[in-house]
Structure formats: C-alpha cells, structure tokens
Design a protein around this ligand. Sequence first.
Ligand code: DX5
Ligand code: ZN
Length: 218
Amino acid sequence: SNDIVIAASILSADFARLGEEVRAVDEAGADWIHIDIMDGHFVPNITMGPNVVRAIRPYTKKPFDVHLMIAPCDPFIEAFADAGADMITVHVHAGPHLDRSLQLIRSLGVRPGVSLTPSTPESAIAYVLDKVDHVLVMTVNPGFGGQSFIPGQLRKIRAIRQMISDRPIHLEVDGGIHVQTAPLVAEAGANALVSGSGVFDGGDYAANIRALRDAAMS
Ligand code: DX5
Ligand code: ZN
C-alpha cells in the first residue's frame, strides 16, 4: 500500500457547481476524478451523460475515471472517449459482450477497466484480465453514494489481487470507503480508492483526502 490512488467521486459534489467542484478536489489532492454514469436501467438512478463530462473537462488535467453503469454500454463508449475520458470502466453484466467492450475502449486510446458488483464472483473476469488497466470491485450495490461498505467483498479483493499477480493492473474499490474501511481494503490488496461522501462530506476536501490516504497507508 505504498502508492495509494485516491479517486474522488463527484457523485457527491454539488451538481450546480460541478466544474468548480472538480477543480476543488484536484487542488485538494485527488489523483483521479471518478465520474459515475447511471442510466436508470442498469441501476435505479440517473446521473449525467457525455455532454456533462465534456463540460467539466477543462477544469482539471487529472485523469477522468469514467464508471459506466449503463446497459448496453457499447453505444456510448465512443461518446465518453470523445468527451475526455482517460479511463472507462464497464460492468461484467452490462453486456452484451464484455470482451468486445474492452477492445472497443482500448481502440479509442482509453484505458479499459472492468467492474464487479457485490454478487459477481472473481471468476467472471478470469478471461479479460489481460485486457484491462484496472479492475473495479464494488463494495456496495451500484446506484447511490453514501451506502454502507459490504465486508464480504474483502475476500474478493484478496482473490483478485492474487489473480492480478505481477500484471500492471490497478485494483480499485468503490462504495463505502471511509477512514474506517480504507485500511481494510488496502490490506486486502486494493491500491485505488474511490470515495464520494468520504471526500465531499464536511467540505474540507484536502483534509478528507489526506485522512483517507493516511488511513489506507496505516
Ligand atoms: C455508486 C458509485 C460510487 C459512489 C460511491 O454506484 O459507483 O462511485 O459515488 O459513493 P460513496 O463513496 O459515498 O460510497
Ligand atoms: Zn463509481
């Protein structure tokens, strides 16, 4: 847990001031900007589309880590790449064909990632590991910020860390990551921590990011 990446999820930002919020978490020390895209179909919530991603792109040079919770995902991948995504994550079950989606993302010059919901077993990614830059383990059910961490996911994080072995793949976790849970996921092998409420709640983004990073490295 030497190099911990903090990905600030702007799902918890003030959407009326989204550009300024992106700049603020950048200046507060976030490594990646995590952008949650929801379609009201794959998950029971709707957030934003490629036009919003494009609109906030000028506010930071930090990588845009775009987490697609949309199904099917392929019809929108190019639009998010054009809008300024540096990384695009698709869900194992977004469909229809995970391997094809990952190839499409890479062909657009974007770093591909795969995400597992809490009920998805680690075996689901065995045949795509060589095609991803990052694996995103969801430690809550996707759809909302501020939910409670599901401790049973620690075993999956450990298993995927083993599967990754010496590949240069980030192991990212998302959902319920706070100072209490950050040390647990880091110990299990996660190196990239997504946090929405953990970064934005209380308003001191720099202190929150520092606390998360310190907790993960403790
Ligand atoms: C949930 C999203 C998360 C969300 C996490 O579906 O994927 O990125 O913002 O929120 P917290 O950190 O508050 O659990
Ligand atoms: Zn997310």
